[in-house]
Design a protein around this ligand. Structure first.
Ligand code: ZN
Length: 350
């Protein structure tokens, strides 16, 4: 029977319909609604489908399933309204109950060679650490089985309305961590070359997380050898505690920050970063420039280059709200462009 409608002898009707076609989601009264891959549904279609069960009151039930979608899609918003139960395990060493977190997956830094990652060495060295006592769990199915046997879902949002129940888990409870580490590192490599799709898929499909642009903890792979700062510039100025410029050479104890400035230009899914070193006479030197993926990358870079947080300037013209929030969290300065070519600057003494 190839039709999308099935009549059962007990009187039940089963419709199997596509969610893209809005008319499929209208007019019918449905008692049990099951929606799959909801991250692909067009905006508004989940609400449209949900409205079909209202005629059944408390007897109506909706079950929506999905991998991770996007940070602002209907599926993500819907999940945020639930009690957000997360699959957890208890550490056999310290008993701390915790979700499976990607941040707890570690591999040996020695797996990195001049040519890039040695994936066999990555796979062989990957472990998971307890978030509480740092106990090390080997990457094998027996370990995962043992952890899952004492697993349970823990509500992350206990104030949710009780009829909204949500469950979330990721690949860490079921798949080789070494294999995931390889997927992740390969995806990061692609992102560096300009293709963020594999990284996005890693987050959505493997970690089951909604993708947000510039969300990744894309740590800058700055090794000591390609750190070009090396020799200090003898003309570089500094700022004293009250923000006045100290020309070089200055007394180190007087300086509270080197006069190094990072400017960040935000694009849709990456940022361009330029770091310059400034002298008191207004001349400057390029310290570093790079295309990065996230604000965390910029933080890492600022730390490495010893740039004071308030000397990190971020263009807030695009995704203004996110930029303000990101700047506030890191004590950076957000910049808003304006059409004027000149302006008057009033000094404190008038
Ligand atoms: Zn532990």
């Amino acid at each position: 029977n190839k039709t999308a409608i099935k009549q059962f002898t007990n009187g039940m009707t089963l419709w199997v319909l596509g969610a893209h076609n809005k008319t499929n989601l209208q007019r019918r009264s449905i008692r049990w609604l099951i929606g799959d891959e909801c991250w692909r549904w067009p905006t508004g279609h989940m609400a449209e489908a949900e409205a079909r069960v209202t005629a059944f009151g408390w007897l109506g039930k909706c079950l929506f399933m999905s991998q991770g979608g996007h940070a602002d899609d209907d599926m993500t918003k819907r999940h945020l309204m639930t009690d957000q139960r997360e699959w957890t395990f208890a550490c056999p060493e310290c008993q701390a109950r915790q979700p499976y977190q990607w941040e707890q997956i570690k591999w040996s830094a020695d797996a990195r060679t001049e040519q890039g990652w040695d994936y066999a060495a990555v796979r062989a060295s990957t472990v998971m650490l307890c978030a509480s006592c740092q106990a090390e769990f080997p990457d094998d199915d027996r370990t995962r089985k043992r952890l899952n046997q004492a697993g349970c879902y823990v509500r992350q949002n206990p104030t949710a309305s009780p009829e909204n129940v949500g469950f979330h888990w990721n690949a860490l409870c079921a798949m080789s961590w070494g294999r995931l580490a390889e997927l992740y590192l390969r995806a990061k490599q692609s992102a560096k070359l300009g293709d963020i799709e594999p990284l996005k898929i890693f987050y959505q499909k493997r970690l089951g997380q909604p993708w947000a642009e510039a969300y990744e903890d894309y740590s800058v792979d700055l090794t000591q050898s390609d750190y070009r700062l090396g020799e200090d510039w003898e003309k570089e100025a500094a700022l004293d505690k009250s923000g006045h410029v100290l020309p070089a050479p200055y007394e180190a104890s007087m300086a509270s920050a080197k006069l190094r400035i990072i400017t960040v230009d935000c694009q849709m899914d990456h940022v361009f970063v330029v770091a310059r070193s400034w002298a008191a006479d207004g001349s400057s030197r390029l310290l570093w420039h790079e295309k990065l993926i996230s604000f965390d990358d910029v933080s890492n870079l600022a730390q490495r280059l010893e740039v004071h947080p308030s000397l990190v300037f971020v263009d807030a013209g695009y995704a203004t709200y996110d930029v303000y929030r990101g700047c506030a969290a890191r004590r950076w300065t957000a910049l808003m462009g304006d059409a004027r070519t000149t302006y008057q600057h009033r000094l404190p003494n008038g």
